[in-house]
Design a protein around this ligand. Structure first.
Ligand code: NAP
Length: 286
């Protein structure tokens, strides 16, 4: 039986990187500040990966480490200071935060025009209102949509989004509606996940639960996008049981190699867009 096509993030990411290199305004060095408020080794790895991308693109980059022992006030103060700093054009708060820190509270300090991962209610609200042209789009949902779009037409398609979390599902669902998909959202209280997955043409999974979607739920012809990232026995895995799903469906994003590499690049595309939105808002961007 034919195996699913592998939807790889790197080729799309490379095209976007070329565009970023071509479109970076001469004489300006856009700067991204990545805020790390966690002792989680994975979070430090995410920040280091972005540093490498920034270096490759010749863009400015700062890691802002906030000691979780300083509590919510220290994190909020750092985000407020970066929001006010004219030398910083984009801010990314690495999630998850250390226990005891509240991301909902923290993002209130984020300038929406520097919010390069579309976490603020301002950007989510614009998306929900169908005004993506004015918003900074969250990078992971954007990556999921771009990858799915290489294998399927979203318009009119039945899409299922498994997970309604902050980083992915929450914004992905309205972004799919904006692209004329017919969208079902599943979460931990969904009664029949298998039926919802089987009914879809395009399946998006973002739960952080390895192996949640299996071959018995999948259907021939489906396009499956796996945004999950977990480490199991030292290996990075997604939420889809790739070994059982791959022989059934038409296309699948591998983990690693699918959504992740594209997400990392889209953050920097958003950095340029953030500068443009700041300029349009009348700020003196330098
Ligand atoms: P999250 O906030 O961790 O929430 C997880 C979601 O999964 C929740 O909506 C939860 O439902 C749902 N869920 C949990 N168990 C489930 C089950 N058995 N059946 C159906 N739904 C279930 O989510 P997130 O922050 O959006 O992150 C999701 C995943 O994406 C994580 O693995 C994260 O590491 C990954 N991620 C990847 C990238 C990338 O570049 N590829 C970037 C960011 C995040 P409830 O709402 O009912 O609790």
């Amino acid at each position: 039986m034919a195996e699913a096509a592998a939807l790889l993030g790197k080729p799309i990411a490379e095209r976007i990187r070329s565009r970023i290199l071509a479109e970076t305004p001469p004489g300006l060095r856009p700067c991204l500040a990545v805020v790390v408020a966690s002792d989680d080794a994975a979070v430090a790895r995410y920040a280091a990966a972005k540093q490498r991308t920034a270096d490759a693109l010749g863009l400015g980059f700062r890691v802002e480490t906030v000691d979780p022992a300083g509590g919510q006030a220290a994190l909020d103060a750092r985000l407020a200071a970066l929001s006010a700093d004219p030398g910083v054009h984009g801010i990314l708060l690495e999630l998850p935060l250390a226990a005891g820190l509240d991301a909902d509270v923290a993002v209130r300090q984020l300038d929406p025009l520097k919010d390069v991962d579309g976490l603020t209610p301002h950007n989510l609200g614009l998306i929900a209102a169908g005004r993506e042209a004015d918003a900074l789009l969250p990078a992971t949902p954007d990556a999921c949509i771009r990858l799915a779009g290489t294998a399927a037409d979203l318009k009119g398609a039945r899409a299922v989004v498994v997970g309604r979390g902050r980083a992915v599902g929450r914004a992905l669902a309205p972004m799919l509606v904006n692209r004329d998909a017919t969208v079902t959202v599943c979460h931990s209280r969904t009664r029949d996940l298998a039926a919802a997955v089987a009914a879809a043409d395009i399946v998006f999974v973002a739960t952080g639960r390895p192996g949640l979607v299996t071959g018995t739920m999948a259907r021939p012809g489906q396009v499956v996008v796996d945004a999950g990232i977990s480490v199991v026995d030292g290996r990075v895995v997604g939420d889809v049981d790739a070994d059982s799903v791959r022989p059934v469906v038409a296309a699948l994003t591998p983990v690693p190699g699918g959504v992740g590499p594209l997400t990392a690049t889209l953050i920097f595309a958003n950095l340029l867009r953030a500068m443009e939105l700041q300029r349009r808002a009348g700020r003196n961007v330098r």
